[in-house]
Design a binder for this molecule. Sequence first.
Ligand code: PHE
Ligand code: ZN
Length: 879
Amino acid sequence: MSTAEQRAVEIRLEDYTPPDFLIDTVDLTFDLEPSQTHVRSQMKIRRNGDHDRALVLNGEHMTLLNIQVDGRALTENQYVLTETTLTIPDVPDEAHVVIENRIDPASNTALEGLYQSAGNFCTQCEPEGFRRITYFIDRPDVLSRYTVTLIAEADLYPVLLSNGNPVAAEKCTDGKHMARWVDPHPKPSYLFALVAGNLTRITDEFVTLSGKTVELGIYVEAHNADRCDHAMASLKHAMRWDEQVYGREYDLDVFNIVAVDDFNMGAMENKGLNIFNSRYVLAKPDTATDGDYAGIESVVAHEYFHNWSGNRVTCRDWFQLSLKEGFTVFRDQEFSADMGSRAVKRIADVNLLRQVQFAEDAGPQAHPVQPKAYREINNFYTSTVYNKGAEVVRMLRNLLGAETFRQGTDLYFDRFDGQAVTIEDFVSCMAEVSDLDLTEFRQWYDVAGTPKLLVRDEYLEGQYILSIEQVVPESANGHPYMLPFGFALFDEAGEPVLLDGKAEHILIVEQSSQSWTFSIEKKDADLLVPSLNRGFTAPVDVQYDYSDEALGLLSRADTDAFNRWDAFQRRIQRCLVSRIKVAMDVDSVGEDALPEDLSKAFGQLLLEAEQDPMFVAECIALPSENYLADQFEHDTPVEWIHHERVRLRQQLAAEWELTLQLIYQSHAQEGAYRFESRAAGQRQLRRQVLSYLCGLNRPAWTQLAKEQFDRADNMTESFNALIALSVSDSAEFDHVLTAFEARWRHDPLVMDKWFALQAQRSDAGALARVQDLMAHPTFSIKNPNRVRALIGSFARTNPLRFHDRSGSGYQWVADRIIELDAMNPQIAARMASVFNTWKRFDGNRAALMCAALRKIHDRPECSADLAEITGKALGHSFD
Ligand code: PHE
Ligand code: ZN
């Protein structure tokens, strides 16, 4: 074990005890200076329970100036100070504690606590950043009322913001000014925020259900003032939706959003003062793509929804993280589904779950939705906690039905308002309002890994029998899961078959092996095709022995759009995986023709382009190389995956070339850009179609892409042309790339697309190019968005070059992670997960990946964040 691993103690759920002291009110005064910010904190503390333990406050990376208890200054022998704590042994049961300390925001590159971004001050406190601001009981079950006074130079920092409502503002004599904010809602320290800076405010208002007017503000740098309309519209939609769907109203006079360029995550739900990564706020048609617009809509909604699911009702401890995150992701997913296309949203969400969460669950970082132990809580903001957590809440909704689920959420919000609670509390509300015994359902929160369902069926004289056998992860000890399972049956004509008189069924699966017998009206049963786990009702891996013909039928005729997409994707995946296996065996790319049924199904989907362009675009998108790689347990054939995927794309394009061209033309944009479902669907379809065509490397098609780029009046069409060209080997690509840079080099968010595309391009020069781009004037290793765009895209979306046999890709990425770790351990730790899969590669690659992990891990100065991730990847056990 490395030094860092030894230093970091393991925190266990089972060891939870309530806090020894509570802090009822806290009054903070900040005198803001870039490298010397002075903080004064006045707390009313109260002993919690009957004990005589000391008051222990958390505090890191700061200078203690003085402490007073009930008006008397403490001398050095009256407290104990360590690198992470301040202990005061003798305090009365109730006391007034005043602490002054100093911090250095200007040199804070970890972007946790109080830091500077573009010269402005901002904070990030979740999960444990508050302890870098002042000494405090920094845990989510200590809820306090905050009063915050900000003092700063008036001309440099004209805007002063914190949580709650503004109550005072005045000029000081020395060129400084002050503002005071009071938050009437008790909150945990992780929801504290302040912002001080030179920002422009975009305003609007919202009238709540009960007629209260809320002032809405979005704060950005002046040059971005014209990029806030979409975020503002999304916010108002989200506020209305939460009233209509969950009966939840907003509860302060103001709601503010601030966009900052340097931010580790997407955004943060601080009470009344959400702080956002600027990429999830800023958009106008010529700088943002449809994907960016959709991302903004969902993240703005997500953070807003936290006001109830997270802030009003919060987490008792960090093991309950999914209580707020799983639930809130489910809420934002449903919101986006209501704003746009429900089916397409579901496809996108499940795609992400399968590509990221299933992979996480199958690798060395696997953990339950409710983890049982951690060393560094920052490492648990994962796809499992967020996305699998959302699927678990969705299953509850599906088990209870929408109406009863709403009764459950009403009960939950009413009963626990103003409290810090557990996942168990949430589930018990659901059990209470329904007649369901959810004891067994709890397994979804407690066990890591993706269950497999082996499905078989049989037709027997007027009866149809469906059997499901569960293959559960090892840590479930053979214990079965409880889950809702959407199911329907189709005949050879693609017509739904009535089972017990009904076309649609939601089965409750709860035994290791279970079967259902239905009476069936159908006389001859030549071909009966089951549609399983419809709408992806449960996050499981369903295995059923479909014929190619059956998959073709479902992709054409299933009445569940998600399962149509899934059937076609399964068919493509089957073709690719078998081709890749052959290529591995004979050590060369195959020459076999395009399977007729697959080609026909593809053509049939194209016929529907007019009706639902977005859906068709999703269907014809080939599975990613990474997802294909996940289908191999060992000796991942990196090169064959790439080459066979390219070959299939070319075969489909060659076969359907004319149709693709026609579709491309008939979906040309009419009128000005609008982010709206159908228009966005058409653009997405044109992107897919153009990529197929450009992959053929014919001048006619690359010219078409070039023309699209030249004519485009919005970023979506402009960048889509670039994407299409990037899969060709046309020289046009470089010209267009240069033109793009010339136009956007002063716009970092747009340049992130440019960096990412070049990092992703699979040509032999990829690594050298990425290395050169590190020196580009717009690149900065201190900015997490740039790092993700360039280094992250290379490591995550360019498997051919990252996994280059020489090991050059691994070495370069490992060195960048080491470089990052000195500045921002969280970003370094997240990046390191690209080495998680080392066991799935051939001996040579596995050894190189392992060596990279060891190089990162074995440094004495390795951060706790990074040591935990790399240690687990290396298989270190922590007991
Ligand atoms: N709580 C934030 C969200 O999901 C995410 C976040 C976590 C942001 C930690 C910053 C730090 O909305
Ligand atoms: Zn969240």
